[in-house]
Design a protein around this ligand. Sequence first.
Ligand code: COA
Length: 380
Amino acid sequence: MVNGKLSAGFKKGLEDVIAGESKICKVDGKRGRLYYRGYSIEDLSTNCTFEEVTYLLLEGKLPNRKELARFTKELSSMRNLPKYVVEILEEVAHRTTPMEALRTAVSSLAGGDKDVEGITTDYHLAQGKSMVAKFATIVAYYHRINNKMEIVKPDPSLGHAANFLYMVTGKRPSEIEAMAMDQDLVLHAEHSFNASTFAARITVSTLSDMYSAMTTGIGVLKGPLHGGASEAVMRQLQAIGSVEKVEPYVKDALSKHRRMMGIGHRVYKVYDPRARILKKTAERFSKATGDMKWYNIADKIERVMFREKKLYPNVDFFSSIIYNGLGLPLELDSPIFAISRVSGWSAHALEQYGDNRLIRPLDYYTGPIDLKFIPIDERK
Ligand code: COA
């Protein structure tokens, strides 16, 4: 408030504020629809690999077979990390969370790129692809190093999703496992002006470099109200422990104004379409592994939260159950979001560079002015 009046146009948290133009992603929060470059998420998540969707986001069109083969090969050729980045991971892994290690390693990638300040689209596109390829390797290496296991080098014969699972677990995934991972990466790849993407665009708008923009994205994604929710969901399921305990747990949380993780969304006021798809996969996966415990608890939370608050699950709610079924450690839940969203961040960075104007909003100053200055010795 200033002079008792609320400034016109001011919206706390920029809620409902249109902060830029974009051709990359349409989120229809009222109808629960999501489109990447005009294609529905239902079509993309059932028909496309992560590489295909990344091509779509970066290049603006779906690739034909030849283009996809070339792009997939190019990405897989970029997976290896420079030696000094592996050494940095060895140095920091035991003192950091995986998101912190990812942030540090991605920032350090700039040191190995002589074209870091390159200002043409070609440089930015190459850097974006390189980071899409390398994020997965960084997260997998972090995990292996932190757990005192030999690192598993990328296998160029495997697709991006399958290779990630292979590098983390040391085992080649089954086709069903690889497909579930692929679908999850597709569903997390892009989501318009979410907090991390908008922050990455702000970095680009100062004409800073791609590595800085991606590092910004990771830092913002890390928070529990954004990508950090993924890990918090499984911790919440573990804390509840059984279907019978859901009701008292949720009631207690709501009475203390605690958030149920993986529930609610700033834009979707109906069912998040990504959660709808992931719920089916989580159910299938849980049935296949014979472990329905987490799915059943989640399903009950969903029903209680709808009854109590008319809120729905978001993208993070069921993905943690799938990761669990894939044998992925809980602490990698949020970094997996990053290894997917880097493709969306890169697409937005390219779009911002292509039609840039420095993003510099105004604030709504609510402090005093014209105070009488007090010399240092007279201050209490
Ligand atoms: N658990 C309990 N209550 C929730 C809630 C949740 N997860 N999310 C929203 N609410 C409630 C709020 O308390 C508020 O209730 P009230 O009107 O009775 O005070 C109402 O729903 C509106 O919430 P608001 O904070 O205005 O929504 P938002 O748009 O700022 O929040 C999120 C969006 C995502 C930050 C929020 O839903 C949340 O914190 N979810 C949990 C974290 C999460 O899963 N993040 C991942 C997002 S993809």
